[in-house]
Design a protein around this ligand. Structure first.
Ligand SMILES: [Fe+2]
Ligand SMILES: [Fe+2]
Length: 263
């Protein structure tokens, strides 16, 4: 598990190692490709373009409470990456004469969930749900057209999202490691339910793009749940790596107390 300082350094390095997107190629989409992906990319572009104000505020509160100020710095850089995704997707849409949109129904539901329920854990839980599905979506979108610009852009976003999911999963582990096992199961049950519903909505809204990229419903469903299980295995490892030193420290202080009583 990486520390917040390591994550901050990762984001700083990543900003200097971006792929060169060949924007000069210009518009490439055929009519068929455009009708399969335009509305879908518009929706994802809107979803990526959150300002992250609430997340930043929650992270600031967490940094104050724990003294983990590198986490706040890492979150700021993470939000910057999401804004870059939104900017690049908007540029791709403009290049192909497709207008951007402000929001979608699914996007509004997601933002409401994050803001109404509030808190860092909820915010990250909702965020990681979208990012896990994004890892499948951009794989499909990459294969959906012959556009070199879109192919490279998806490559860049997939590289970033791989790390984003790890970053959020580890942070969820850090936030949840003290939780009682039964409550942890309940939390994961709720999260699975949220993920299940989100997958249904995403398939309903974006199936044309997924199908064009070679994903039928079965492949989509299996890929999403595969990514979900991988993400929460990371979270479980984070919980274990937090819990083992704490248990060892508790054991040592227990022994010390016994020895003190004996002397
Ligand atoms: Fe993103
Ligand atoms: Fe992301």
């Amino acid at each position: 598990m990486r520390t917040s300082l390591e994550w901050r350094k990762y984001y700083e390095q990543n900003a200097n190692a971006l792929l060169n997107i060949p924007w000069d190629i210009g518009a490439e989409l055929t009519d068929d490709e455009r009708s399969a992906i335009a509305a879908s990319v518009q929706g994802f572009q809107a979803g990526e373009s959150s300002e992250g104000r609430h997340l930043y505020r929650y992270a600031g509160k967490y940094a104050q409470e724990t003294g983990d100020h590198d986490y706040l710095a890492a979150i700021k850089l993470f939000i910057g990456e999401e804004q870059r995704h939104a900017r690049d997707l908007a540029r791709f849409l403009q290049l192909n004469d497709i207008p951007t949109i402000q929001t979608t129904f699914a996007d509004r539901v997601f933002r409401t969930l994050r803001h109404v329920l509030g808190g860092l854990e909820i915010s990250i839980s909702v965020l990681i749900t979208a990012e896990i599905i994004a890892k499948v979506y951009y794989r499909a979108l990459q294969q959906a057209t012959n556009s070199v610009v879109l192919h490279t852009l998806c490559d860049q976003i997939l590289r970033d999202e791989l790390r984003h999911v790890e970053f959020q999963a580890e942070q969820l582990g850090k936030l949840r490691w003290r939780r009682k096992r039964t409550f942890l199961w309940f939390t994961m049950g709720m999260h699975r339910f949220l993920f299940w519903g989100t997958c249904i909505v995403v398939w309903h809204d974006h199936r044309k793009a997924f199908q064009r990229g070679g994903f039928n419903f079965r492949r989509f469903w299996r890929s999403c749940w595969g990514e979900f299980n991988e993400a929460f295995a990371i979270s479980d490892r984070a919980i274990a790596s937090m819990a083992v030193p704490a248990a060892a420290a508790a054991f040592v202080s227990h022994i010390e107390a016994m020895l003190n009583r004996g002397s």
